[in-house]
Write a protein of this length. Sequence first.
Length: 91
Amino acid sequence: MTNADQALPRTAVAGGITDPVASARAELKAALAAIEIKGNIPRRVEKASERAVVKARAFADRNPVGAIAAATGIAAAAGALVWLIARAIAR
């Protein structure tokens, strides 16, 4: 592999392919990679949660009191939601 091939993302097709069969294979490989990336919901959720954790830690480092208030608000909202669901089921 050349440096140009390594710099391309998995979902891109390298330019300069003259052989139609090699070009079709490269396009198919890129399309399958794109489908895998879009369709892998658990991996996308994992990446999003990792980004959220990094942002939350940065916020907590900058503003510890605000982070405590945000955590308390989230916990209260979650508790209220559980209480409403339990109340609806009990009726």
